[in-house]
Design a protein around this ligand. Structure first.
Ligand code: IMP
Length: 436
């Protein structure tokens, strides 16, 4: 078992394949803890040909004996949670005794989804392209200090009643053409709380004790650095801190508890929703990546926008998160391309940039500066050792490491768990992941 507490997070715009990486590493840890986001995330995991899509419950749930934690930084839609738990039960996976939800996590209320869609409709052409799961409105209520926390569903009923009345009043002021009765929401929340009661507890304390006892904890990011509310391409972002800072605030753990940070990067780039994507491709090449990579949203089914690997983005993620290493995913999707490109800088009206611009405006006008490398025709799919890769694929990885400034310790070459290369020969792999 790993003695290192490791954060695993996305370095691009999400959908890097974190689910598979977390799932593979989980047996090395005693607990997997989600620190932000909600059921906007979609982690697809394939185990022996069976497909699991997890949204809210950490993918560690597929491994018996691992505690799965939903931190205070997460927003929880009780209905979505129950659906997922019921589906897991249908597949023979019981969560009881293995799921811990922070009493400080905020609830997504039944009408947050409605508010999300309304806000998008009002923005019109300037829409964010959200997942319409009510994530943004739930975080809005949290920051406005009127949010309802999971612990509130289990506490004093009069206090909850007042909070629900205030929230429903606020909602009815925004959605003028229909009036929602507070009682309906209140009764639902009480029932939801009762079902959740056995799973609710003090996440910060649990983690402090686990860490103190030297049991490794994996901190699981959702979405990704470029969707971070502060460091992403604002306003085209999600409403939480997906980057490493979110681990401390979203779980109540100290910074020194994070002993390693593994960034997950796709061998190319994708984005779902609106906002800048400098290396975006169109036409047959974009189509080719989308089809080979099955680039359709796990939560919404939306086609993902596809582009070349952007090393400026990953270098920026390395800076924001202090990445120790990269896990490169979906290398096999590039198999058969005559050439592959890496963006190493941006051309802008103000001159060439080698670092990610702080201004989204600048990014919107940025033209990628590419390096072109030869592609490979020998398939990489299923490779488990670097030596099995064609020399061009190895060169591509080497170049990504050079321009991103981060060593690559894992390479995913297919959707199954064992279709992965782990570079146990590197010192950083041993430090982050434990023994081979
Ligand atoms: P929201 O999180 O639903 O508010 O959506 C805000 C932005 O984040 C939109 O561009 C979404 O497409 C994007 N987003 C949210 N969750 C994910 C995810 O799990 N993968 C990729 N993009 C996501």
């Amino acid at each position: 078992m790993s003695k290192t507490n490791l954060a695993v997070l996305g370095t691009q715009w999400g959908d890097e394949g974190k689910g598979k990486i977390v799932d593979m590493l989980t047996p090395r840890f005693s607990a997997v803890a989600r620190y932000q986001g909600g059921h906007n995330a979609g982690h697809t995991v394939y185990v022996k040909g069976r497909k699991f899509v997890l949204h809210l419950v950490p993918s560690g749930i597929l491994h018996p004996g691992v505690t799965c934690i939903i931190g205070n930084g997460v927003v929880v839609d009780p209905k979505a949670l129950f659906t997922e738990i019921d589906e897991l039960a249908g597949m023979g996976i019981a969560v009881d005794g293995r799921l811990l939800i922070s009493e400080k996590a905020h609830a997504i209320l039944p009408y947050h989804r409605e508010l999300d869609m309304l806000s998008e409709a009002r923005r019109g052409e300037r829409k964010i392209g959200t997942t319409s799961r009510g994530i943004g409105p739930a975080y809005e209520d949290k920051i406005a200090r009127r949010g309802i926390r999971i612990g509130d569903l289990l506490g004093d009923r009069a206090t909850l009643e007042q909070a629900v009345r205030d929230n429903v009043d606020a909602r009815n002021r925004v959605i003028e053409d229909s009036t929602l009765a507070w009682r309906e929401v209140f009764d639902q929340l009480i029932a939801d709380g009762e079902r959740m009661r056995p799973w609710v507890g003090d996440v910060s304390l649990f983690l402090a004790q686990a860490i103190q006892a030297g049991k490794g904890v994996l901190f699981e990011g959702a979405q990704a650095t470029l969707l971070d509310i502060d460091h992403g391409t604002y306003p085209f972002v999600t409403s939480s801190n997906a980057s490493v800072g979110g681990v401390c605030t979203g779980l109540g753990v100290a910074p020194r508890a994070i002993e390693g940070v593994l960034g997950v990067a796709k061998a190319y780039t994708t984005r779902v929703g609106e906002g800048p994507l400098p290396t975006e491709l169109s036409g047959p090449l974009a189509e080719r990546l989308r089809e080979s990579g099955n680039e359709y949203g796990a939560s919404t089914g939306r086609p993902r926008r596809c582009g070349w690997f952007d090393a400026v983005v990953v270098r920026y993620s390395a800076r924001i998160n202090g990445l120790d290493a990269l896990a490169l995913t979906k290398l096999d999707v590039l198999d058969g391309l005559p050439e592959v490109r890496i963006c190493t800088g941006y051309r802008t009206s103000g001159g060439d940039l080698s670092e990610f611009p702080a201004s989204v405006r600048t990014l919107m006008d940025a033209e990628p500066i590419y390096e072109t490398l030869p592609g490979w025709s020998t398939p990489t799919q299923g490779a488990t050792r670097m030596e099995q890769l064609p020399p061009e694929a190895r060169r591509y990885i080497e170049r990504l490491e050079e321009v991103s400034g981060v060593p690559c310790v894992m390479v995913s070459t297919g959707s199954e768990r064992d279709e992965t290369i782990v570079r146990w020969d590197s010192a950083v792999a041993g430090r982050l992941l434990g023994d081979a």
